[in-house]
Design a protein around this ligand. Structure first.
Ligand code: AMP
Ligand code: ZN
Length: 469
């Protein structure tokens, strides 16, 4: 499997630090609003990377943070006259709903910056002790960028050409910086802002330190993959590397992966241009897996243009796969259980060729565009060769291949049979009995079965009520 590494600017053979395991950190959103469709791109892309790696047999430890302390969150909290935590918790909950609708699986761990302040203070202290950071007069702590000789290795920038990152410019002690390249690790509190006790002053962390700390805590000092959108290469990821490698004395991430940007009608998405869409906006018009399918129809490193026509094309493309699987299911209902015929065996070997094609595309730096084409070829093949005289073994095998490849892309292409009311009520009854018998594992299992079928349960005083989602 080959992965394009921003660090070397080359496709490299993927060799994990530990055989059979992958540790992966993906920078998550700042939670002050509903996520927009640009934010959805790294979520979808790296969820697909994770799914493919799991398909190849790796155990993937996937960590993605929520940045829940930030100027924009504080601004919104002040506008609403509430705490920053009320805003961030609200939008974390909304983000999780969007992720579910996009079939982005929850990370192994979703750490939040505000819960990791102790670790940040510890790492900042280490950086000060090692001479990589200093405290300015007002208590601001800066990273001494020139103390890290390899600074610029990810963004391939020359130190002398650099200006410090935008987000660190708005700090009170800016004039006390020893060098314009230095960036903030900790900054003093301001009126109306959340703050924490620290040895240097009451205040809050700079943006970059949280990812260095959370990555170390949940994945270890050295990790396999660190990922995010390409806007994060500089300064965020460059600064993360400086902090982590200076503090730990070890290489940080082996592979750095970055997705290209999503534009709207060939323009940068922005509220002021009126071409800004939240995932929720798109969800009003489409099943959100259409958005997922649309994103995967391009290579993750390419810029991607969003338009109504392209979404319609994605909708039709996905529909083609769903219809083919539906057709196979229809044929299966009446098919003869006579076992695979000789010609069918040959055809299945041919069908495996499309599965190999899919794998080859994914092995080549997750080329989902070509992988999706391989699914289409398989669908076309199934449509051509499956008919009323096919054996059920043949139909089943074809269907399983399409469903398996779609599943790696996070696409559900087999329409679930709706559960009948009687079945639902029987399961609810069984769940009540399991709970009475303190068999909570079974009770939870039943709730999960029902959730998967889109049945929502509500425990009320009058008993359990249910509705279809
Ligand atoms: P933010 O909340 O701005 O830190 O962004 C969260 C993630 O979304 C980061 O990985 C960004 O790089 C990514 N991102 C933001 N806007 C876009 C966009 N228009 N296209 C692709 N990725 C984006
Ligand atoms: Zn980050």
């Amino acid at each position: 499997m080959k992965v394009y590494n921003t660090l070397s600017r080359k496709k490299e053979e993927f060799v994990p630090l530990e055989e059979g395991k992958v540790s992966m950190y993906v920078c998550g959103p700042t939670v002050y609003n509903l996520i927009h469709i640009g934010n959805a791109r790294p979520m979808i892309v790296f969820d697909t990377v994770r799914r493919y790696m799991e398909h190849k047999g790796y155990a993937v430890n996937y960590v993605s943070n929520f940045t829940d302390v930030d100027d924009k969150i504080i601004k919104k909290a002040n506008e609403e006259g509430t705490d920053a935590s009320v805003i961030s918790e609200r939008y974390i909950a909304e983000c999780k709903k969007d992720m579910e609708a996009l079939h982005v699986r929850p990370a192994t761990t979703h750490p939040k910056a505000t819960c990791e302040i102790d670790g940040m203070i510890e790492m900042i202290s280490t950086l000060i002790d090692k001479g990589h950071a200093y405290v300015a007069g007002d208590g601001t702590v800066y990273f001494k960028t020139r103390s890290f000789a390899e600074y610029g290795k990810l963004s391939h920038k020359n130190l002398d050409d650099l200006r410090s990152g935008e987000r660190s410019l708005l700090v009170s002690g800016e004039d006390q910086k020893q060098d314009p390249l230095d960036f903030v690790l900790w900054k003093p509190k301001k009126e109306g802002e959340p703050f924490w006790e620290a040895p240097w002053c009451e205040g809050r962390p700079g943006w970059h330190i949280e990812c260095s700390v959370m990555s170390k805590k949940y994945l270890g000092e050295e990790i396999d993959i660190h990922a995010g959108g390409e806007d994060l290469i500089f300064p965020h990821h460059e600064n993360e590397i400086a902090q982590s490698e200076a503090a730990n004395g070890k290489p940080f991430a082996k592979y750095w992966m970055h997705n290209g940007f999503l534009n709207i009608d060939n323009k940068k998405m922005s509220k002021s241009l009126g071409n800004f869409f939240t995932v929720r906006d798109i969800g009003e018009k489409y099943d959100l897996q259409v958005l997922r399918f649309f994103m995967l129809s391009a290579h993750y490193r390419s810029p991607l243009n969003f338009s109504a026509e392209l979404m319609e094309a994605a909708k039709n493309g996905l529909e083609r796969i769903v219809t083919s699987v539906g057709n196979l299911n229809f044929l299966l209902e009446n098919a003869d259980d006579k076992g695979l015929g000789e010609s069918e065996e040959k055809l299945l070997t041919e069908a495996d060729g499309f599965v190999d094609k899919f794998d080859e595309a994914m092995d080549d730096d997750f080329n989902t565009a070509d992988a999706v084409s391989a699914i289409f070829e398989l669908v076309k093949f199934a449509n051509t060769h499956a008919d009323a005289v096919s054996s059920s073994a043949f139909l089943q095998a074809l269907k399983e291949k399409i469903v398996m490849l779609s599943d790696i892309c996070g696409l559900v292409v087999e329409k679930q049979q709706e559960m009948l009311d009687d079945e639902i009520e029987a399961l609810i009854q069984e769940r009540q009995e399991a709970r009475k018998a303190k068999n909570f594992a079974r009770a939870d299992e039943i709730r999960n079965i029902l959730t998967e079928k889109g049945i929502l349960l509500e425990d009320t005083r009058e008993g359990v009520k249910w509705k279809r989602a």
